[in-house]
Design a protein around this ligand. Structure first.
Ligand code: GLA
Length: 747
C-alpha cells in the first residue's frame, strides 16, 4: 500500500494529463487529495499521514490550486480544513476525533460508522485505511482496507457537471476464508465543518398526509430519519437538506442536500460529532439487518446522491429536479410528457365492470383524457379488499370476454389503456395463497399479521420473483396495456425467510428490494413502451431507487385540492414535478369533506402531472365544459410545468392566505404562475406576487390560463424584469379560489 508515495500520485498525474479543464475528477499533483468539481461545487477528500481517508471539503468551488491538502503540523500532520477547534483529552482517541470519510466501527469510533463488521473469531474491531485508488471514466474509486484483516471497501464517487450532484456508494469485499457478518453498512458518510447554526430539513407524514416539511436544529443529539417498514414508508422520506439558521431560506444561503436511492428499510442519521462537525450517514437500516459475507463475496450499497448550492432551498430543489430528470427517471431528457389520465378508483372502487368502465371512458375522452386507467377490482375474486390479491386473471363476471373489449373501446376513443396491480401482495383468500402459503414473509409457528387483509409475498425468494415477473409479463403481453399503476399497500410484519440458513435470513431486507428492482427492470426491458406508476397507498414508496424504474408516482391518496397544495410543496422539496401526479376528484372530498370548485381542483392538480379521478357519471354538462377547458389549457403549459424549473413564490399553509408557485420552461420562453387563495377576509389587500425565473431582458405577453380576463389595468406585455420587479396579483376573493398567469415570450 502506498499512501503518499509515488504510486498513486503517478496515477493521478496520468489522469490529469488525459482530461480537459472541465475534468470532474481530479487530484492536483503534489497533494494527497482527491477532488470532484462540477457546476459550482467542489468536493474533496484526502489521505492523512496516518492513512485515514478524510473528508476535506464540500461547498462552493475552490481554486484549482488551493491548498486543500494543507497539513497542520500541530495536529499530528492532519489536513486542516475540517479541523474543529478545541483541545483533546485521553477520552478522545484518534479513532474518535479523526473525521473519517468512511470509518470502520473500531478504534474508539463514537460517531456513526460506514461499516460495522463481526469476524468469525469474534473480533469486532475494524479500522479502515486508504489502500489504493483509480479513476474509471468519470468515477473515482478509492479502496480502503482493514489494518490487519482482508476486508476491503471500495468507495465510488462521481459528480454531475450540470448540477454538481454527487453520486456515492460503497462495496465491501470479504477477502478472507471465513464469513464476516456485516451489521451496518452506509452508502456514504458526509461531513460538514464544525458550526452550531445548522438546521436539518426533512419530510415526514403518514398515509394520506405525506410530504410534511419539518425542520430541526442539528445538535449532538443524533437525528435519525428511517424506515423499519420493509419499504420507504410514509413516515420519513430518505431525503435531507441542511441549511444555516438565519442564512438559509427559499432563495438564499447554503444548502447541503441528498437522497438515498433505496426503496427498503433505510436509515439516514444527522448529528454533530464530538468536535462539532456534522456527520450525515445513510444506507441500509441496521435494524433487523445483517449479512453474512462469505469468503470472496461482495455487498453493494445503494447510491446516496447529494448536492450543494448557495442559492437556498429553491435552488437546491431545482438542481435536484434537473438531476433526477436527466439521470434517474427513465428515458432522461427524452422522457414523454405525462399524459392526462383518468383513474377509476374514487369513482367505482371495486365495482368495476366492462360496461361501467366503458361509460366512464366515453366521458373521459370527451374532456381530453389521454390515458384511461382501471384501478383495483378487475381481477380474481376482488369484490372488496378481503380477497383476490395474487390472482392476476381477469374476473369473468365483471369482464365476460376479458379486457380486450374495454381496451379496444378505450383505444378507439383515442386513449391509452392502463391497469392497476399490486404484485407483491396476496390475500389469504386467494388461489395463490392456497397453493403457496409458504411464499409470504413469515416466521414458522408465529402469527401472520395481516394489513388491509393481505400478506407480503417474499420477493427475496427466486421462485416468487420469477412467478411475479412471469405473471406481469403475460398480463402485459396478452393485453394492450400501456401503463401499470404498481401499488403496495402494507408494511412488513414477521419478516421471516425461514428457508434460508439462519445466518442469511436477514438478507431479506436487501434481497427483496433488489428483486423488486429486477422485476421492474426486466418488465421494462421486455416491454419498452410500458410506463409504470409507483404507488404505495399514495406516496409510501417514493425515492430515487424506485424512480429509476417509474415514469410517475402517485403522490398521495389525499386528493383534497387544498391539502394537496401542501403535499406538493413538500414533495417538490425533494422530487421533480415531472413525476408528481394529482387527480381532480369529487367535491365534497371523500377524505375531509371540504367543498371546492372544479376550477380550484383543476388549478391545484395541474401543478404536476394532471389526472382526473371524479365520478364522471355524476357530472353535468357544465362540468364537462369546465373540465374540457382546463384540460385543453393544461396541455398548453404542461411541458413547462413538468419539465421546467419550479419556483416556490409563497408556500401554502394550513391557515388562510395566498400561496403561489411558478414554473419556467428551461429555455425561458414560457412561465406559469399559479396563485391559490386558501381563504380571505373582507377587504384583504394582498400584496403583489413576484414571478421568478423569467429572462429579465425578454418581452413576455401575459394571459390568464383558461378563459379568464386579466386583472383590470394590467399591461398585456412587458419585460421579464418588469414582471419580476413590479409583480402582479389576481383580485381573488372568497375561499379556495385560484388563478394562473401564463407568460409567453414575444419574439
Ligand atoms: C391504494 C392506492 C389507491 C387505490 C387503492 C386500490 O390505496 O393508493 O389509489 O389504487 O389502493 O385498492
Amino acid at each position: 500500500m502506498t499512501r503518499r508515495g509515488s504510486t498513486w500520485l503517478a496515477t493521478i498525474v496520468a489522469v490529469m494529463g488525459s482530461v480537459s479543464v472541465d475534468a470532474k475528477v481530479t487530484a492536483p499533483a503534489g497533494a494527497t487529495v482527491f477532488r470532484l468539481d462540477g457546476a459550482g461545487v467542489t468536493y474533496a477528500l484526502g489521505v492523512d499521514d496516518k492513512g485515514y481517508l478524510e473528508p476535506l471539503y464540500w461547498g462552493p468551488p475552490l481554486g484549482t490550486k488551493d491548498p486543500l491538502g494543507t497539513i497542520d503540523p500541530a495536529r499530528s500532520g492532519e489536513p486542516v480544513l475540517l479541523k474543529a477547534p478545541g483541545e483533546l483529552s485521553g477520552f478522545d482517541p484518534a479513532g474518535s476525533v479523526t473525521p473519517q470519510e468512511y470509518p470502520g466501527q473500531g478504534e474508539g469510533l463514537v460517531s456513526e460508522p460506514g461499516l460495522k463488521a463481526v469476524f468469525a473469531d469474534g473480533n469486532r474491531d475494524l479500522v479502515l485505511k486508504y489502500r489504493s485508488h483509480r479513476v474509471e471514466g468519470e468515477t473515482l474509486l478509492v479502496e480502503l482496507a482493514d489494518i490487519h484483516r482482508p476486508l476491503t471497501v471500495v468507495l465510488r464517487y462521481a459528480i454531475d457537471p450540470e448540477t454538481g450532484v454527487l453520486a456515492r456508494s460503497a462495496t465491501v469485499r470479504n477477502g478472507g476464508d471465513s464469513p464476516v457478518r456485516i451489521d451496518q453498512i452506509a452508502a456514504a458518510v458526509f461531513t460538514l465543518s464544525a458550526r452550531d447554526d445548522y438546521t436539518l430539513h426533512y419530510l415526514t407524514g403518514r398515509h394520506a398526509a405525506e410530504w410534511q416539511k419539518k425542520r430541526i436544529a442539528v445538535t449532538p443529539a443524533l437525528t435519525v430519519l428511517e424506515s423499519r417498514r420493509g419499504s420507504t414508508g410514509h413516515g420519513n422520506n430518505p431525503w435531507f437538506a441542511i441549511g444555516r439558521d438565519g442564512a438559509t431560506d427559499e432563495d438564499h444561503g447554503p444548502v447541503w442536500y441528498g437522497a438515498l436511492a433505496w426503496s427498503g428499510s433505510f436509515r439516514i442519521s444527522v448529528g454533530q460529532d464530538n468536535l462539532g462537525r456534522v456527520r450525515i450517514a445513510g444506507g441500509f437500516n441496521p435494524y433487523d439487518f445483517s449479512w453474512s459475507l462469505k469468503p470472496g463475496e461482495t455487498l453493494d450499497t445503494p447510491t446516496f446522491y447529494a448536492g450543494y448550492t448557495d442559492g437556498g432551498m429553491g435552488a437546491a430543489s431545482r438542481a435536484f429536479h434537473r438531476f433526477q430528470m436527466a439521470h434517474v427517471i427513465p428515458h432522461g431528457d427524452r422522457a414523454k410528457l405525462r399524459p392526462v389520465l383518468y383513474n377509476s378508483w374514487e369513482a367505482t372502487a371495486f365495482d368495476v365492470t366492462e360496461r361501467g368502465q366503458e361509460a366512464l371512458a366515453e366521458k373521459a375522452a370527451r374532456i381530453g383524457v389521454e390515458r384511461f386507467v382501471v384501478d383495483d377490482g378487475w381481477f380474481g375474486a376482488r369484490d372488496s379488499d378481503r380477497a383476490g390479491l395474487g390472482d392476476w386473471t381477469v374476473n369473468r363476471t365483471k369482464f365476460p370476454d376479458g379486457l380486450k373489449p374495454l381496451i379496444d373501446k378505450v383505444k378507439s376513443l383515442g386513449m391509452e389503456f392502463g391497469l392497476w396491480v399490486e404484485p407483491e401482495m396476496v390475500n389469504v383468500d386467494s388461489d395463490l395463497y392456497r397453493a403457496h402459503p409458504d411464499w409470504v414473509l413469515n416466521f414458522p409457528g408465529r402469527p401472520r399479521t395481516e394489513g388491509r387483509n393481505q400478506l407480503v409475498l417474499n420477493l427475496a425468494r427466486s421462485d416468487v420473483r420469477d412467478h411475479v415477473l412471469n405473471v406481469l409479463d403475460r398480463l402485459v403481453r396478452d393485453n394492450d396495456i400501456a401503463f401499470l399503476k404498481w401499488d403496495y399497500n402494507r408494511n412488513w410484519t414477521e419478516a421471516g425467510w425461514p428457508e434460508m440458513p439462519l445466518a442469511d435470513q436477514q438478507r431479506v431486507h436487501v434481497a427483496y428490494v433488489r428483486n423488486l428492482y429486477h422485476i421492474l427492470a426486466e418488465l421494462r426491458r421486455r416491454h419498452p413502451s410500458l410506463e409504470i406508476e409507483a404507488c404505495s397507498g399514495g406516496g409510501g414508496r417514493i425515492d430515487l431507487g424506485i424512480l429509476a424504474y417509474s415514469d410517475q408516482v402517485w403522490t398521495s391518496d389525499n386528493t383534497d385540492p387544498a391539502d394537496r397544495l401542501m403535499i406538493q410543496d413538500g414533495f417538490t422539496q425533494a422530487y421533480a414535478p415531472a413525476v408528481m401526479m394529482a387527480w381532480v376528484t369529487d367535491s365534497p372530498n371523500w377524505a375531509n369533506t371540504r367543498v371546492t370548485s372544479l376550477d380550484y381542483r383543476f388549478l391545484s392538480a395541474m401543478q404536476g402531472g394532471l389526472g382526473i379521478g371524479a365520478n364522471l357519471n355524476h357530472w353535468q354538462d357544465a362540468d364537462f365544459a369546465t373540465a374540457a377547458k382546463w384540460v385543453a389549457a393544461y396541455k398548453t403549459i404542461r411541458a413547462t410545468v413538468q419539465r421546467g424549473r419550479l419556483y416556490r413564490i409563497a408556500p401554502p399553509s394550513r391557515d388562510d392566505g395566498t400561496s403561489a408557485t411558478m414554473y419556467v420552461a428551461a429555455d425561458g420562453r414560457q412561465g406559469v404562475l399559479f396563485q391559490m387563495l386558501h381563504s380571505s377576509m373582507w377587504r384583504d389587500n394582498p400584496s403583489a406576487l413576484h414571478p421568478q425565473g423569467l429572462d429579465p431582458a425578454r418581452l413576455y405577453r401575459v394571459r390568464m390560463l383558461g378563459d379568464g380576463a386579466l386583472p383590470e389595468g394590467m399591461p398585456r406585455q412587458a419585460s421579464g424584469a418588469f414582471w419580476m420587479n413590479i409583480g402582479l396579483c389576481a383580485p381573488l376573493k372568497g375561499d379556495f379560489v385560484g388563478a394562473a398567469f401564463v407568460f409567453n415570450a414575444v419574439d
